[in-house]
Design a protein around this ligand. Structure first.
Ligand code: CA
Ligand code: CA
Length: 245
């Protein structure tokens, strides 16, 4: 109890003798202590240059407009030209006058038609074949090279023509794949038309009983001479053929 009283007295005496640590001022702002100088602002880091945008990919070229189909003056399928007119297609090997010039298949690709040659033998009559060597080799001799032509392909409106050898060695050209029951097929010659389309002309078929010779000609005069003078029978028009390849 005694110790506590002494401590209290000592504390009171010290507080009475303390000097103010800061001299009293007049209360104005000038008396405020100077602020510490502001530190210079840290310079802003330079902005990094913007990454350039990647260039846009080139725009794909415009798709050309598909040609517009139209019907030509000769009923083939053409395309509308820049002037609005219907431009016919190029001529193709198809038994049609594609380009409307009034001539059918006049600028065909090679091999569109094949030529049939005409030969004859004293004992075996006539031979019509695309095999030129056959009609220039004994016992046959050539009567006319490129006598007429047939289409190589079997197109709509055409019919396949076969060269047949009959049992006695004479020949027959026919659309019958079984040679009309009179022999066997030697060769597929080509294809003739069943009408006079595309510039085709009639092929006349004749038959001479005495020789069993089947003979074919494009000439009405030769046909009539064979009938009138040589004992042939006119058997009709098996097909229509062409004069040019
Ligand atoms: Ca044509
Ligand atoms: Ca034409």
């Amino acid at each position: 109890m005694l110790l506590a009283s002494a401590t209290t007295a000592c504390s009171t005496a010290d507080s009475d003798t303390l000097e103010p640590s800061v001299p009293p001022g007049d209360g104005t702002s000038d008396d405020a202590p100077a602020d510490a100088p502001d530190l210079p602002d840290e310079p802003d880091a330079p902005d990094s240059p913007d990454e350039p945008d990647p260039p846009d990919p080139p725009a794909p070229p415009d798709e050309p407009a598909p040609p517009q189909a139209c019907t030509t003056t000769c009923n083939t399928t053409g395309t509308v030209g820049s002037n609005g007119m219907c431009v016919p297609p190029a001529e193709a090997c198809n038994l049609i006058d594609d380009d409307c010039d009034g001539v059918c298949d006049e600028s065909r690709s090679a091999g569109c038609r094949v030529f049939v040659h005409r030969g004859v033998s004293d004992d075996l009559g006539h031979l019509f074949t695309t095999d030129l060597a056959a009609v220039t080799t004994e016992p046959f001799r050539l009567e006319q090279q490129d006598n007429f032509s047939l289409y190589a392909d079997d197109l709509p409106g055409s019919q396949t023509a076969y060269l047949c050898r009959k049992d006695d060695g004479t020949h027959l050209v026919t659309a019958s794949a079984v040679c009309e029951g009179a022999g066997t097929v030697v060769l597929t010659l080509g294809n003739w038309a069943t009408s006079d389309e595309c510039g085709a002309v009639p092929l006349y078929r004749l038959w001479q009983a005495a020789s069993n010779d089947h003979f074919y000609t494009l000439s009405p005069q030769e046909r009539d001479f064979a009938v009138d003078e040589l004992g042939y029978v006119f058997e009709g028009i098996p097909g229509y053929v062409w004069l040019e390849q």
